[in-house]
Design a protein. Structure first.
Length: 261
């Protein structure tokens, strides 16, 4: 773990035991377990409302049809995820003022609506901008700059993580090509990564050492078994994201690192 802070514990889309992911019930369950870091996803409706939902389409989670981007907030009011309504981001942001939100921008239009929410609620210190798309992350930075706002913390997108990983694996002795990425790494605070990507192991001691040398945290997703959580914490990761928030809490308690960073 970089520095001396305890590793963070993230509830991935809330703690949902019956498929109610990304609902207020799931987030409430995580908060009641004591978690203060929630991971979530946002999309923007056709009438410009930022809502908490992972998929582009409704079908997997709701049994309904349609794309979030083509529907209004009123259209979504009748839709249920495992019996729970789809929340707006504002509902989540205002429900627990002490909670940090790691927000995955799922579409281009959400760059502006997330900026609206952050500025409108002064939530710069509570929102972390995450996306597989480095382009969306950069677009949010530009939008906040354009509006004279201070920035939010951000994590690396897929392209930057891939470059950091592959150039790191090519590093030998004094040959450290990953350091060419330093100008790009300065604008992020963390790498949020899976343990493996296909045949490639991402999270290993060298990856962690390079990240920490660059001043970056490493958060690993999505991990649900206690043995793997212990192994990652032994390696020195700075955070773990889990669907099984209950297992994560038990592991942190067992290790004497609860409450988390």
């Amino acid at each position: 773990m970089s520095g001396h802070r305890r590793p963070k514990a993230y509830s991935h889309r809330g703690f949902s035991t019956h498929g109610e992911e990304n609902t207020m019930a799931a987030f409430r369950a995580a908060v009641e377990l004591g978690l203060t870091h929630l991971e979530t996803d946002v999309r923007t409706t056709s009438d410009g409302h930022l809502v908490v939902f992972h998929d582009e389409e409704l079908d997997r989670l709701t049994g309904e049809t349609g794309r979030i981007a083509d529907l209004t907030l009123d259209d979504l009011a009748r839709v249920r995820v495992a019996g729970e309504p789809i929340p707006t981001f504002e509902e989540l942001l205002t429900a627990w003022p002490h909670v940090e939100l790691n927000v995955d921008l799922k579409d281009e239009r959400s760059v502006r609506t997330l900026a609206d929410a952050v500025i409108g609620h002064g939530a710069h210190g509570r929102v972390v901008a995450a996306s597989f798309s480095d382009r969306r992350r950069r677009a949010l930075r530009r939008e906040l700059e354009r509006r004279g706002s201070r920035q939010v913390r951000a994590t690396a997108g897929m392209a930057l993580v891939a470059a950091f990983t592959l150039l790191g694996k090519a590093s030998r002795g004094g040959f450290q090509p990953w350091r060419l990425l330093r100008p790009f790494l300065r604008r992020i605070f963390a790498l949020q990564v899976p343990i493996r990507k296909g045949p490639l192991t991402v999270v290993e001691p060298g990856f962690l050492a390079r990240a920490h040398e660059a001043g970056l945290e490493v958060h690993v997703w999505v991990v649900d078994d206690a043995e793997t959580m212990h192994r990652l914490l032994d390696l020195g990761v700075d955070g773990i994201m889990a669907d099984r928030a209950d297992v994560l809490v038990d592991v942190y308690r067992e290790r004497g690192i609860w409450p988390p960073g």
